[in-house]
Each structure stands twice: as structure tokens, then as C-alpha cells.
Design a binder for this molecule. Structure first.
Ligand code: FES
Ligand code: FES
Length: 170
């Protein structure tokens, strides 16, 4: 049995027919062809599938689509605006906070959810908030640095002369 679900993803409206227990992760990747959201564990443990739904960071691998009729979803594809990277994307790139990149979309969404709640988080707050997002490559130091830098930049504001990253990726 399929049901009709209407939702808004990255500012665009969609109506899809899907089995009610189909995972939001699969709807995003298979029905909407938004493959930026990744599957790591598929069990709610790694955060690779993180998206923001109605303002809350969720694991889309655990989320049945029937819960999302009328929801507003943000995925990694919705971060950049008008071909301009989001400050978090810019910071991850400049800080060298990505390696294989599997965790990166979920990590970016977790960081966005944090900065939406707390625009100026402490180092420890960042570490605690992203604790549910696992990365096998980076050791987390550069990820935390990138989030700190993006917080200094401010959400969506252009880089100014006294807020340069200075990480150089090394
Ligand atoms: S794939 Fe969803 S938490 Fe790991
Ligand atoms: S960059 Fe490879 S898992 Fe994080």
C-alpha cells in the first residue's frame, strides 16, 4: 500500500506516493534523487543520514515517511545558495575537515542545526553536539575548527577582512 505525502525539501514542494514505512532517507535518495544524504550504518548510530526536519536534526534512516506529510526538510543540497557555498561548507573546505566525505553531509547538517540554536557555541558545545555524527577519517579536530570558524563568520554573511580562516587545510 502506498500513501500520498506532500513535503517541502530545500524550498521545493514535492508530492510522492510511497509505502508509509519507507524511510525518509530512501525517499530523498530514490524518489527525489537527492543523493547528498548518505547511509552509513542504517541503524541510527552514525549520523551520516542526518537532515533537518521542521527545525530538528534527525536521522533519516530511522524516519518513516508517513511522519513527514507537510514537513519542511533541509538536506545538504539546500545549503549552498545561488552557487555560493554556505559558510559551513566554505569552512569545512578551507579547514581540511573532509576526507572521504561520507560523514560530511550529515556533519554539515548537524553543524547547521547547532548554529541555528546557538550561533556562538563553545568548543565543548560543538564537540558534544556532533557526538552523534561519526567520522572515521579526520579525528574531528578540523571539523570542530571549521564549525568554530563558520560561527565566527555568521550564517550566510560574507567573509570580512578580519574573519579569515587561516587554516590552510594542513
Ligand atoms: S545511516 Fe542513519 S544514523 Fe547511520
Ligand atoms: S571524512 Fe571520511 S568519514 Fe568523515
Amino acid at each position: 500500500m502506498s500513501i500520498s505525502i506532500s513535503l517541502t525539501v530545500n524550498g521545493k514542494s514535492y508530492t510522492i506516493e510511497a509505502p508509509p514505512m519507507k524511510r525518509l532517507l530512501d525517499v530523498l535518495r530514490q524518489d527525489l534523487h537527492l543523493t547528498g544524504t548518505k547511509e552509513g550504518c542504517g541503524e541510527g548510530e552514525c549520523g551520516a543520514c542526518s537532515v533537518i526536519a521542521d527545525g530538528q536534526l534527525i536521522n533519516s534512516c530511522l524516519a518513516p515517511i508517513c511522519q513527514f506529510d507537510g514537513a519542511v526538510i533541509l538536506t545538504v543540497e539546500g545549503l549552498a545558495q545561488h552557487d555560493q557555498l554556505h559558510p559551513l561548507q566554505q569552512a569545512f573546505w578551507q579547514a581540511g575537515a573532509t576526507q572521504c566525505g561520507i560523514c560530511t553531509p550529515g556533519m554539515l547538517l548537524a553543524a547547521k542545526a547547532l548554529l541555528d540554536q546557538e550561533p556562538h557555541p563553545s568548543h565543548d558545545q560543538i564537540k558534544q553536539f556532533i557526538a552523534g555524527n561519526l567520522c572515521r577519517c579526520t579525528g574531528y579536530t578540523k571539523i570542530v575548527e571549521a564549525i568554530e570558524w563558520a560561527a565566527r563568520l555568521g550564517d550566510g554573511r560574507p567573509e570580512t577582512s578580519n574573519t579569515k580562516a587561516g587554516h590552510g587545510g594542513g
